[in-house]
Design a protein around this ligand. Structure first.
Ligand code: SAM
Length: 304
């Protein structure tokens, strides 16, 4: 009886936490969606970190094409998903925190399969619907975009289960209930289904950062709290997955943000303070990676 009462109380606390923590994030992405679309990824309008190749950690230099780097990240998601479970016309793929759905639409087109994208921001979902081909015929697959929170993913995406593949790029960091999100993803997947996540991974606690770095990394984007690499691995395991591959890629994260600084500063030169704000944030991310405070994590897992 006591346990039941506690679990109801816990659920209420989690759901009011979701509202309190996620409403500012939703408002942020609603407000900034247009700016991101005009500055982050000029080719596919995604909002993920890029993956650069042929660099050695000692001599990583900016100057490689950002849009190619974003495409490499998308291809890496596909490669990892495929390695765990082949994609094909019968695949049912969920993108959690999909943004404008760039990766999902490429998968749905390439494999003529079903794709569902879920995002908390109505502006991001509006952009996804405008940008992506949702014809559902022939080789372009069938795409559906839905507004909703990753923290409640099983309720939001339950009517499309069972799924064969789930992925999430740079979004789960914002979910207030990460445990609920991961458990929900696991519940939605078939046994043997594939999960691929790329995400921001703090390597120092928020409190250890100086106030200005904390503002750039966390407060600027209303990010409340993340999972360390070890916490991520433990959560994925505990939620019912076998981890197949996991790695940290700080150099890619640093190079992406370093490249974005001049691009965004150039836009700021025309007088829009929003781009100046974004450029300051990007420089802060570079500093956070250099200080060893932040990294970029990749996780690939199979549902047990
Ligand atoms: C950095 S963007 C990444 C978007 C997309 N995954 C990509 O790679 O292009 C983060 C996205 O997560 C979404 N988001 C933030 N918190 C969320 C939540 N609790 N549930 C669902 N989406 C969320 C934001 O609206 C935003 O579109």
């Amino acid at each position: 009886m006591t346990t039941q009462v506690q679990s109801v109380t816990d659920r209420q606390a989690i759901s009011s936490g979701i509202d309190a923590v996620e409403a500012p994030v939703r408002a942020f992405f609603d407000q900034y969606a247009d700016y991101y679309e005009r500055s982050w990824d000029m080719r596919e309008h995604g909002l993920s970190v890029g993956m650069f190749e042929n660099y050695a950690e000692a001599d990583a230099e900016p100057g490689q094409d950002l849009e190619d780097a974003y495409q490499r990240s998308r291809e890496h998601v596909v490669d990892l998903l495929q390695r765990i479970r082949p994609l094909g016309a019968n695949s049912r793929v969920l993108d959690v925190c999909c943004g404008t759905g760039a990766t999902l639409s490429q998968i749905a087109e390439r494999y003529a399969c079903m794709g569902l994208g879920v995002d908390i921001s109505s502006a991001q979902i509006r952009h996804a619907k405008r940008l992506r081909n949702q014809c559902g015929k022939g080789g372009c697959g069938q795409l559906v975009f839905k507004e909703g929170s990753a923290s409640m993913i099983s309720a939001v995406a339950g009517d499309t289960a069972p799924l064969t593949h789930v992925f999430s790029q740079e979004g789960l960091l914002f979910a207030h209930d990460k445990r609920g999100a991961m458990q929900g993803i696991c519940d939605l997947l078939e046994v043997g289904g594939a999960l691929v996540i790329s995400d921001f991974v703090p390597q120092m606690s928020k409190q250890e950062l100086d106030a200005s770095l904390r503002a750039r990394v966390y407060e600027d984007v209303k990010w409340a709290a993340g999972l360390s690499f070890g916490q991520y691995l433990a959560l994925i395991n505990r939620s019912g997955f076998e981890v197949v591959q996991a790695e940290l890629r700080p150099v890619d994260m640093r190079m992406t943000y370093q490249e974005l600084v001049p691009r965004t500063r150039a836009l700021a030169a025309a007088g829009d303070e929003t781009y100046a704000f974004l450029a300051r944030r990007y420089a802060g991310i570079v500093r956070a990676v250099d200080d060893g405070a932040l990294s970029w994590g990749w996780f690939a897992a199979r549902k047990r």
